[in-house]
Design a protein around this ligand. Structure first.
Ligand code: PRX
Length: 651
């Protein structure tokens, strides 16, 4: 980065200044009166039900909340449909021909679907699914590139009440297989391939490998995207374009119970097995609707762009559902920020006149490294609000974003939430909050967050501890698919009556929340959630490996990097070839996002006398810290030796 810009950022940070919203922003914002916090606090149920009132219900709920810790039912006995609220609701207004999805393909092709277009496509595909025998409650796995058919497929599932499980297109065939198996999906929707930096990701080929071991699957629907040759198994594999060609556009939306499942989304936890987070219809709809409107101050005239992939929860809540519920124009982008050039994001903003951009800190840090000249080439004056999500944002990156992308005029909303929370939980409201770079600020109205110590006691202002949520909220996960015990155990057992987030946080003297990252064995690598156990099991799956311990170490761009300490079997040589093989092996087992950054061969791993691997010491080694307490080690010389190995690896 140019040193001048660097100095400007440092000067801004040194002042410890806050960034209040401008007068114009306040005057035009959906919310600018801080009294809403108190109003929501006094009666959270009334607050949430006032949001629900704005949406369409076939039958109104009898009761807002039924809470039998940790089992929640929101909008009890209400009947609604997510796709109806995203589409049909807008067709009787001037918005019927408004752009719903503005799509930009990686090669530069583009497609605009109005609300009416999208409605027709969704109805057609919903009828296709019905024709394949899909019934309400059947699970559908979606493994696709970021093309409009992905959003169409999600909405079609929602329309007929078949829960979708979107699997990120970067996952391997084994990861896909495990997720299809766990959900016992009936249909897979995929594509021949997807573009990535000019080359092709062979999605169908990956899916073929998975489908060899997924007995529940009856059909696979394949979108032709890249046009390369693919195998189509007779009777099982069908082309999207053939099926939709004559499909009827008439498909009434299924009247879903508020608590019927809308989707499953797999995410990493602290074991080797990903968990299927279950979200239901009514509460998730209300939560995403409300937060999209207030956090992004989303207006009819805005062109809004969330750069996340629909394979993650952000793409569900803030690319598809939240924006469409708010009758917004949502940009969807298939490619990556550096293809064909490092100004691709800025060229998209210029091309479509994007007003609101929601992206990840890791992307911002990458842009920072590439330098200001890239955004400077493009006209970014349409932007009026910026957002970030997925990991803590360092104040330098925040200020860089504010200054170089937002031109010093756009509020930056740093939004904290999780796959499990369904919607944004801790966030500024851009017409109210005085921003502090690096802080996600305060809970959304109606959300009660606290920072507690080991014993579950609230920590006074100025202190740090674990972030918990103390009230149920509409878009909360309802369970883990097929594993209710794990749901109770993971989130509700550490502190009775409180939702345990797994994140550390501190609260400053003014009550601002500062998120500090995970406190469990979950890594956050470039905003992707990866469990250390998943990577460890992928490593020990290789015949050369006897044992593996994986930790995260800090990384300038990715937030965390994956560092694996590996003991190999006797007689195997720890060569650089083996390192490359093991890194590839993990990528094949899980996906490229889990490829370890470092592999360090260790004759032995540091263990307690009872045989437990001491990851804390491995972290000390990798971070170059002074070694913590080693007295409980079975063999104290092990870490000194590892330090030497690590330093050698670094050199
Ligand atoms: O550690 C927190 C981090 O991402 C985790 C949730 O990951 P995932 O379920 O994949 O959802 C990501 C997108 C919502 C959290 O437990 N995280 C997310 N947003 C922030 C964050 N950490 C700090 N600041 C954030 N704004």
């Amino acid at each position: 980065m140019a040193s001048e810009a660097n100095m400007a950022i440092e000067a801004l940070l040194e002042e410890g200044r806050t960034f209040p919203p401008s007068k114009t922003f306040i005057a035009n914002a959906h919310v600018s009166d801080p009294a809403i916090y108190e109003r929501a606090r006094q009666n959270p149920e009334a607050f949430w039900s006032s949001w629900a009132e704005e949406l369409h219900w076939f039958r109104r709920w009898d009761k807002v909340l039924d809470w039998d810790v940790p089992w929640a039912k929101w909008f009890v006995d209400g009947k609604t449909n997510m796709a109806y609220n995203c589409l049909d609701r807008h067709l009787s207004t001037f918005r019927k021909n408004k752009a719903a999805i503005v799509w930009e393909g990686e090669p530069g092709d583009s497609r605009v679907l109005t609300y009416w277009d999208l409605y027709r496509e969704v109805c057609k595909f919903a009828n296709v699914l019905k024709g394949l025998g899909v019934e309400k409650g059947d699970r559908i796995t979606i493994y696709m590139p970021m093309i409009p058919e992905l959003a169409i497929a999600m909405l079609a599932c929602a329309r007929i009440g078949a829960p979708h499980s979107v699997v990120f297109g970067g996952f391997s065939s084994e990861a896909l297989r495990d997720r299809i198996q766990d959900a016992e999906a009936k249909v897979l929707i995929t594509a021949d391939g997807g573009y990535r930096r000019g080359s092709i990701v062979p999605l169908k080929q990956n899916a073929d490998a998975s489908m060899a071991e997924t007995p529940s699957l009856e059909k696979a629907v394949v979108v032709r995207r890249t046009g390369q040759e693919v195998l189509m198994q007779d009777g099982r594999d069908l082309w999207w374009h053939d099926l939709t060609a004559d499909a009827s556009q008439d498909c009434p939306a299924e009247e879903m119970d508020a608590e019927d499942v809308l989707f499953l989304l797999y995410t990493s936890g602290t074991t080797g097995k990903p968990k299927g987070i279950v979200h239901t219809t009514g509460g998730y709809m209300v939560g995403t609707y409300a937060t999209t409107k207030w956090v992004f101050d989303l207006k009819d005239e805005d062109t809004y762009w969330c750069s996340a992939d629909c394979g993650w929860v952000t793409g569900h809540s803030y690319l598809v559902y939240g924006p469409l519920l708010n009758d917004a124009t949502s940009v969807m982008f298939e490619g990556t920020p550096d293809y064909p050039e490092r100004d691709r994001f800025w060229s998209i903003i210029e091309k479509y006149g994007v007003n609101i951009l929601y992206t990840a800190p890791t992307a911002i840090r990458t842009f920072m490294r590439w330098g200001e000249e890239w955004p400077q080439r493009r006209d970014l004056s349409s932007l009026r609000l910026l957002g970030t999500v997925g990991e803590p944002i360092n104040p330098e990156a925040w200020v860089w974003y504010w200054q170089n992308i937002g031109g010093g005029r756009c509020p930056v909303v740093d939004t904290w939430w999780q796959t499990e929370t369904g919607a944004i939980m801790i966030t500024p409201l851009p017409g109210i909050t005085n921003l502090k770079p690096g802080s996600a600020t305060f809970p959304f109205p109606g959300v009660e967050a606290d920072v507690v110590d080991e014993a579950g006691n609230s920590v006074p202002l100025g202190g740090g501890g674990y972030l918990v949520l103390k009230l149920p909220w509409p878009s909360m996960l309802r369970t883990i698919y097929g594993d209710p015990d794990r749901y109770v155990q993971t989130y509700w057992s550490r502190y009775p009556g409180m939702y345990f987030t797994g994140d550390g946080a501190k609260r400053d003297e003014q009550g601002y929340l500062w998120l500090l990252g995970r406190v469990d064995d979950v890594l956050n690598v470039a905003g992707h959630r990866i469990s250390t156990m998943e990577v460890e099991s992928a490593l020990v799956d290789h015949h050369a490996v006897a044992e593996a311990a994986v930790i995260g170490r800090s990384h300038d761009v990715k937030g965390q990097a994956i560092c694996a300490f590996v003991t190999i079997k006797e007689g195997v040589e720890g060569s650089s070839d083996l390192i490359a093989t093991l890194r590839d092996h993990v990528a094949t087992k899980i996906g490229a996002i889990a490829r370890p950054d470092d592999i360090i061969f260790a004759a032995e791993l540091p263990k307690t006398r009872s045989g437990k691997i001491m990851r804390r010491l491995l972290r000390d080694v990798a971070e170059g810290h002074a070694l913590g307490d080693t007295t409980t080690l079975a063999d104290p010389s092990v870490v000194e030796y590892l330090k030497g190995q690590y330093e050698e690896h670094e050199a």
